[in-house]
Design a protein around this ligand. Structure first.
Ligand code: NDP
Length: 328
């Protein structure tokens, strides 16, 4: 029998955690034959709620679930971790300045980066879901000097999946016919879903749809503002779809992109496509066995260039702010 993979989930008692944990335990993170051991990190007041979730996990008698540890201690949470899903974060409250938001999250992601550095397994791979995800990943990565920066990623897979669904709907085809979609930049309202390199049944999506007014007036804002639309409709923020995207992100990272296709991941830039080195930005990537590579040589037209640059400028100003705050 295989040794279980240690999976740490932070903010485990939250909404996303509640959707995420049951699917991790049933094999949707790493595969149907990989046993997992869960470490749930929560802030002290939420430990009791996390225990409730753990009781329900026990009650599912998942064959792959080999253990659950619940803690508010960083060392215990990340000790020997192979995969870490950083979901818990400080949400933006009404009237909060960006500096306050970044500083509150720095208080979370700086010590977590340090704990990952000091206690996680050598093969640790990290996905940051908690917002502002890109900059939280930047903070964690920069506080883990002994861990390769490539191991820290931020989630734009939900944006990617939202864009795939919108394109499929517009073209009247199943989502399985949509490929080569890219989310560029920040997981924020400035993100850029790229239709020009996307394909519908192998043909250029922009040529098949050929509707710039829809692209600019409908597609891009619908994808970018989807989170707000769900809060408006459901009265709660999206959680099951965010959890599903987190599973997709990690699963694709380990199990690979399909031949000829790619996915979107927030990763530390190597300078590709004019994105300054070191920023955590979303790129088109191919993956294999826990590694990834940026897809090179894609055509970036003038429209795309402007959108990517705007999102990257936002990332650069978030980075400047966290530098100023002494977080990295
Ligand atoms: P959720 O589980 O709904 O969300 C958690 C984080 O994911 C938020 O930062 C949220 O950002 C982000 N997120 C990213 N993408 C999405 C998306 N598409 N839809 C919704 N959220 C998204 O939050 P809850 O408040 O229910 O739970 C958070 C839990 O984290 C609490 O139990 C809290 O105690 C815990 N926590 C734990 C910490 C720790 O372990 N050290 C630190 C801080 C909190 P956004 O708010 O911008 O939507």
């Amino acid at each position: 029998t295989r040794t279980p993979v240690n999976v740490t989930v932070t903010g485990a008692a939250g909404q996303i955690g509640y959707s995420l944990l049951f699917r991790i335990a049933s094999g949707h993170l790493l595969g149907p034959d990989v046993p997992v051991s869960l470490r749930l990190l929560e802030i002290t007041p939420a430990l009791k709620a996390a225990e409730g979730t753990a009781m329900e996990l026990d009650d599912c008698a998942f064959p792959l679930l080999r253990g659950i540890e619940i803690t508010d201690d960083l060392k215990t949470a990340f000790d020997g971790a192979n995969v870490a899903l950083l979901v818990g974060a400080m949400p933006r409250k009404a009237g909060m300045e960006r500096g306050d938001l970044l500083s509150a999250n720095g208080g979370i992601f700086k010590p977590q980066g340090r704990a990952i550095n000091d206690h996680a397994a050598d093969d640790i791979r990290v996905l940051v879901v908690g917002n502002p995800a890109n900059t939280n990943a930047l903070i964690a990565a920069n506080n883990a000097p002994d861990v390769p920066k490539t191991r820290f990623t931020a989630m734009t897979r939900l944006d990617h999946n939202r864009a795939v669904a919108q394109v499929a709907k517009k073209a009247g085809v199943p989502v399985t016919e949509i490929s080569n979609l890219t989310i560029w930049g920040n997981h924020s309202a400035t993100q850029y879903p790229d239709l020009f390199n996307a394909r519908i049944n192998g043909k250029s999506a922009a040529a098949v749809i050929d509707d710039q007014a829809w692209l600019e007036g409908d597609f891009i804002p619908t994808v970018a503002k989807r989170g707000a639309a769900i809060i408006e409709a459901r009265g709660l923020s999206s959680a099951a779809s965010a959890a599903s995207a987190a599973l997709n992100h990690v699963n694709t990272w380990f199990n690979g992109t399909a031949p000829g296709d790619w996915t979107s991941m927030g990763i530390v830039s190597d300078g590709s496509y004019g994105v300054p080195e070191g920023l955590v930005s979303s790129f088109p990537v191919t993956t294999k066995d826990g590694d990834y590579e940026i897809v090179q040589g894609l055509d970036v037209n003038e429209f795309s260039r402007g959108r990517i640059d705007a999102s990257v400028a936002e990332l650069a100003s978030e980075r400047d702010e966290v530098v100023k705050l002494g977080l990295i």
